[in-house]
Write a protein of this length. Structure first.
Length: 203
């Protein structure tokens, strides 16, 4: 894949993976900023599958996370949402996501967007070598985390500064549980969806 903002004529597709439980303005600003800086044609948001194992972390149903992601991105013609990880089922591995997206998008360069915290875990991911042949990686700044190249293959990753939004889904869930507002942390439609589905109430 291309490694920078220089165009080689191929379609340029950003990939924003996440649990999106719920999606918030930190995700949206990161995607929008990378799309502009890297001249992406589109950014596809890919909510993760539902982990089947009992884990210490409770995750909302995939359909709720998917719909919140659709609601949050619907107005932006450059943004779309993919169900591939949800429909594959089980825990999501980024290699599977990128492999499937490659198959679905011929003649397209993929740019996998990840926050500083997630980039730090990248070397612990499965099939690291294959990962970097599938996409160019873009690490974005995130308040509270240091953005550093964790020893990735040369040219395989770009580090990008995005407007700082100290928002996390964990904090949004905790706020809803306490009855604190999440207005302006997440899109209005997502506030209403959380309310309608009574998400995060009993946590
Ligand atoms: P949680 O607290 O549940 O882990 P989160 O806010 O970290 O939620 P995720 O769905 O885990 O959201 O994140 C998806 C991707 O978006 C990750 O690569 C993460 O680093 C990035 N990201 C999340 N929040 C921000 C933010 N405020 N600024 C920049 N990147 C972010
Ligand atoms: Mg996270």
């Amino acid at each position: 894949p291309g490694t920078g903002p220089v165009s080689n004529g191929k379609r340029r597709l950003g990939v924003m993976g996440g649990t999106f439980d719920p999606i918030h303005h930190g995700h949206l600003v990161a995607a929008s900023e990378v799309a502009a800086q890297f001249h992406l044609d589109e950014v596809v948001f890919v909510p993760t599958g539902q982990p089947w194992q009992k884990s210490d972390k409770r995750v909302s149903p995939a359909e709720d996370r998917y719909l919140m992601t659709v609601i949050a991105t619907a107005e932006n013609p450059q943004f779309s949402v993919s169900r591939i990880d949800i429909d594959r089922g089980g825990a999501t591995y980024t290699t599977d996501t990128l492999r499937d997206l490659r198959a679905l998008n011929p003649d397209t360069d993929l740019f996998f967007i990840t926050g500083a915290d997630a980039l730090g875990q990248i070397l612990t991911w499965r099939d690291t070598e294959e990962l970097f042949s599938l996409a160019h990686f873009i690490g974005v700044t995130r308040p509270g985390h240091t953005l550093a190249d964790p020893g990735l293959p040369k040219g395989g990753v770009s580090l990008v500064e995005v407007p700082a939004l100290a928002i996390s889904s964990t904090d949004c869930r905790a706020r809803v549980a306490k009855g604190d507002p999440v207005w302006y942390l997440v899109p209005d439609g997502v506030v209403r969806y959380i309310d309608k589905r009574e998400l995060y109430r009993g946590e």
